[in-house]
Design a protein around this ligand. Structure first.
Ligand SMILES: *Cc1c(COP(=O)(O)O)cnc(C)c1O
Length: 436
């Protein structure tokens, strides 16, 4: 299947081209040229299927023309080596726990799938090694590094600002070894990002080594996020005997809107979700767009749900494209919500006290939007995008109790940090890469 750019100024790309490039040459985002409807029988028996089996059906619809089926299915099964359980919080309100992967956040799904798909392309081409450069302020680095860990043919360089990420975050990408190298840059996150951008433009470097990114807008990270919407529906049908008589609302705590957009794709494929909710923190340009029809990106502001601190959501272009710029149609399918830090904290505390379910600050936005926005006859699922222990200090302060760290997160703390220290100027970074 081909992929077109949302800016329509670049030629169509193959899956492989879209994955290797990330962004289209005209700076648009790639979109699959078709979104296939899944057959009726698939939905009839979906509650009898496990997560990897459901995901294989969905993957066939997107990637079936480009990857042989047995290869594709083994990539999917290998990527999804953890469960995504649907957990009831209270009557008619469910949490889809996306935090059971290696770095305890939903980005593990897309990062693990992309790594394996890229690895397949490299094997198929008999290509030389590919080098992934990624700048991180914390969480992206850990999802990408762990996702790509041990994938043959790929080396990953994670650039991060020295002293500016939490110890727990830092350990998740500096202790892995193998094909992952952490570069500790004496500068800010913006400096790291500038180094990566300059590397992609440098002729000598590109002649010396094959470089690519693992950006969140990459179709190979974005599309697999549709997998778990179908699995959420399957589990809901199983838990809720009167499921067919009720309507289902899915609420997504949103920053760059990749996760929500993948849900919209799932619905186009026939998933019976009656509507979506997009929950924002105070970075609510999408909420404002829903209310007014006017999209005004602005600088982000810091909140306690910091993975959603995005002032110009990159996947907005995909949503517009999917709906042909029709604001009314978008506003019919998606309702918005926006919460302050105080409201987020209040929700974490209330749900903990009343239901003994511990939310992280991002999931809390989603949970509250459903508590306030569900209508009679509707059930709601919110995406719990990260484990509360990832935001331990914040959550402990809110509930006034210690939050225990799961073993697999604690294990990172016991490993030894290994980094290469670099100044923030490009000449040093380039010289380092030229020696690799
Ligand atoms: C990345 C992230 C989000 C936002 O997801 P988008 O796809 O960018 O909207 C929400 N919660 C957590 C914990 C995240 O890491």
């Amino acid at each position: 299947m081909n992929y077109y750019s949302t800016n329509h100024q670049s030629p169509a790309a193959t899956l492989q081209e879209a994955v290797v490039r990330g962004l289209a040459p005209d700076k648009g985002l790639y979109m699959p040229e078709r979104i296939e409807k899944l057959p009726h029988e698939f939905f009839e028996h979906i509650d009898l299927m496990d997560f990897p089996t459901i995901a294989c059906h969905v993957a066939d619809a997107f990637f079936g023309e480009d990857v042989p089926q047995d290869t594709l299915h083994s990539l999917v099964r290998d990527a999804l080596n953890f469960d995504v359980p649907l957990v009831p919080v209270t009557d008619g309100l469910y949490s889809l726990e996306l935090f059971h992967g290696p770095t305890l956040a939903f980005k593990d799904v897309g990062a693990r799938f992309m790594a394996r798909l890229l690895g397949y392309f490299i094997r198929r081409e008999g290509d030389t090694e590919v080098n992934v450069l990624v700048a991180t302020s914390g969480d992206t680095g850990s999802a990408v590094a762990n996702g790509f860990l041990g994938v043959p043919g790929i080396r990953v360089y994670v650039l991060y600002p020295k002293g500016k990420v939490s110890t727990l975050q830092e350990r998740q990408f500096t202790t892995l070894g193998d094909n992952i190298t952490a570069l500790e840059v004496d500068g800010t996150f913006d400096d790291c990002q500038a180094l990566v951008k300059e590397a992609f433009l440098d002729a000598d470097l590109n002649a010396h080594m094959k470089l690519t990114s693992a950006n969140s807008i990459n179709v190979a990270r974005f599309l697999p996020q549709a997998f778990y919407y179908f699995y959420a529906y399957a589990q809901w049908r199983k838990l809720q005997p009167e499921a067919d008589a009720r309507r289902l609302v899915v609420c997504v705590p949103s920053g760059n809107f990749g996760n929500l957009t993948a849900g919209l794709f799932a619905r186009r494929m026939g998933l019976p979700v009656s509507r979506f909710m997009a929950a924002n923190n105070r970075n609510d340009v999408f909420y404002q767009y829903l209310q007014t029809g006017v999209y005004t990106p602005r600088p982000s502001i810091a909140t306690i749900a910091n993975a959603m601190d995005v002032g110009a959501p990159s996947n907005f272009a995909r949503i517009l494209d999917l709906y042909g710029d029709d604001h009314d149609a978008i506003a019919r399918d998606i309702t918005g919500a926006t919460y302050t830090d105080e409201q987020i904290a209040e929700t974490v505390r209330q749900v903990w006290q009343e239901h003994h379910y511990l939310l992280d600050p991002h999931g809390a936005c989603g949970c509250r939007a459903l508590q306030e926005g569900l209508h009679e006859g509707e059930d709601g699922i919110f995406l719990e995008t990260a484990h509360p222990a990832k935001f331990r200090e914040t959550v402990q302060r809110i509930i006034g109790q210690p939050v225990s760290v799961p073993d697999r997160l604690r294990a990172f703390l016991e490993r030894e940090k290994q980094t290469v220290e670099l100044p923030k100027d490009f000449a040093h970074f380039k010289a380092y890469l030229m020696e690799q």
